[in-house]
Ligand binder design. Structure first.
Ligand SMILES: NC(=O)c1ccc[n+]([C@@H]2O[C@H](COP(=O)([O-])OP(=O)(O)OC[C@H]3O[C@@H](n4cnc5c(N)ncnc54)[C@H](O)[C@@H]3O)[C@@H](O)[C@H]2O)c1
Length: 454
């Protein structure tokens, strides 16, 4: 089998590399010449654990190639996947489908110049209901019936564990009316059949909606536990125990019940917004998803107030050490990261931010140029008045507490990911704030000033 992958970003590159690992011959196409040149040199332009090796092995085996030349990639391809971005349209929350439609038109025009070869055009990007039909219409303007088939194959991988997610998904969703498309996609995903992965065949519209409904549900789950965390703080309960207590119920499940600063990332915020718009257009408001977005936005903003309060009500002239900038660990992706909502108000209030992130700093420097970027976690803490844990990278889970104590000017920690235990931190001499858990008694021997803050 031969396929082309249009768009070589987080989804396109991982999907392309994984299909090549399945034994398929894959050509990844991107408009970004620099990205393709780097990939051709063997450099992987994004951080995703295991991806370098997967790309290197399959490139060396001749199953994975990179090009900006769409015609070469489409020549003889059994299927072409559209994996371009679908960001939020500025101002109105609709998905911006211009990249998808541009890619569909380029595919159609290019296929029209090539010898007839029935090609399945598959949308892998997350797109609102109705997009697949519009892609079909674009193809029909350039190609005779029978030269192409259309399918929707939404992707559920998560950045940070993308390869595992692609190779061992909970399910594969394929929406199409075409028996030929079903046959081609079944063949492409054959290694997963052998692992008994459920493959759901649906209509295009249903497949498109499944992706949005899944993301909105997960976003709602996070938002729910975040509100429960606030309640826990008021009534003296522990949100981690509550989450475990409810999550062990098989009907609820334990995943996506970690209280924190609010969800971010390149998918949940934009996909919830787009789903709300789809519903409005259909005359059916999804008020629950609307509320999820509102609650999450105000939560992210509220985290800055939490940090200010932990610093005694004022951060002017203070230095705050921040560990973690990306929206989650194991990625360099900064899109809609909570750090983008939480840190600017602190800077406006007069704080100096000394920050460190293992992989996100190159991107963060473009978005948050006002921060002081540090060599490592400990460097960020030098003479800081408080330490804020924003992203739960593994390397922040076992920091040397005695060293932190030595480096910080004041032993204040705001842990927005509940990485540490309140009791342990208090015993180590910190004034420790976390999410949805009662604060332990302030450590003995604090100065009157710090005792007042605690
Ligand atoms: N990132 C995720 O975790 C994730 C997970 C599941 C689904 N999705 C969805 O997958 C889609 C892609 O997301 P992403 O994060 O990979 O985006 P991305 O921005 O990382 O990558 C998109 C790539 O497409 C390229 N591109 C745009 N138009 C092109 C064209 N006409 N021809 C060739 N290349 C073109 C861009 O240069 C870019 O490299 C989105 O719809 C997203 O919602 C993303």
């Amino acid at each position: 089998m031969r396929i082309a992958m249009i768009g070589t970003g987080y989804v396109g590159l991982v999907s392309g590399a994984c299909f090549s690992e399945f034994g398929v011959s894959v050509t990844c196409v991107d408009k970004d010449e620099d990205k393709i040149a780097r990939l051709e040199r063997g450099e992987v332009p994004i951080y995703e654990p295991g991806l370098d090796q997967l790309v290197a092995v399959n490139k060396a085996a001749g199953r994975l190639a990179f090009t900006t030349d769409l015609k070469a990639a489409l020549d003889g391809a059994d299927a072409v996947f559209i994996a371009v971005g679908t960001p939020s349209r500025r101002g109105d929350g609709h998905a911006d489908l211009s990249y998808v439609f541009a890619a569909a038109a380029e595919i159609a025009e290019t296929l029209a110049q090539l010898p007839a070869n029935r090609t399945v055009v598959v949308t892998k990007s997350t797109v609102p209901v109705g997009t697949g039909r519009r892609v079909e219409h674009i193809l029909s303007l350039h190609l005779p019936a029978g030269a192409y088939d259309v399918a929707s194959n939404p992707e559920f991988l998560r950045e940070g564990s993308a390869i595992q997610d692609f190779m061992r998904p909970d399910r594969v969703v394929i929406g199409t009316d075409s028996e030929h498309a079903r046959t081609v996609l079944r063949a492409l995903y054959r290694p997963l059949y052998l692992l008994e992965t459920p493959v759901l065949f649906t209509t295009i519209e249903t497949a498109e909606l499944i992706k949005y409904a899944a993301n909105a549900f997960l976003a709602a789950k996070i938002t729910f536990i975040n509100q429960v965390a606030d309640l826990c703080e008021s009534v003296g309960a522990d949100v981690q125990d509550v989450a475990r207590g409810i999550g062990l119920d098989g009907r609820i499940g334990r995943k996506f019940l970690h209280a924190g600063p609010g969800f971010g990332g390149s998918c949940f915020p934009k996909d919830c917004a787009a789903l709300v718009r789809t519903a409005e257009e259909a005359g059916k408001r999804l008020t629950m998803v609307e509320r999820v977005l509102e609650i999450n936005d105000s939560r992210k903003r509220g985290m800055a107030d939490r940090i200010v309060a932990a610093c005694g009500g004022d951060v002017a002239g203070k230095t705050i050490a921040v560990l973690g900038l990306t929206f989650k660990p194991n990625t360099d992706d900064m899109r809609e990261s909570p750090s983008l909502s939480i840190l600017p108000p602190l800077i406006e209030a007069g704080a100096t931010i000394r920050a460190f992130d293992p992989e996100g700093m190159a991107e963060s420097k473009k978005l948050l140029p006002e921060l002081e970027y540090c060599e490592d976690a400990y460097d960020a803490m030098i003479d800081a008045d408080a330490l804020v844990l924003l992203t739960e990278w593994n390397e922040f889970r076992a920091l040397d507490l005695a060293r932190i104590k030595q480096l910080l000017r004041r032993p204040i920690i705001v842990d927005l990911r509940n990485i540490y235990q309140p009791q342990e931190m208090t015993e180590a001499g910190f004034i420790y704030h976390s999410v949805g858990r009662a604060m332990a008694e302030p450590p003995a021997g604090l100065s009157a000033n710090l005792r007042a803050i605690a």
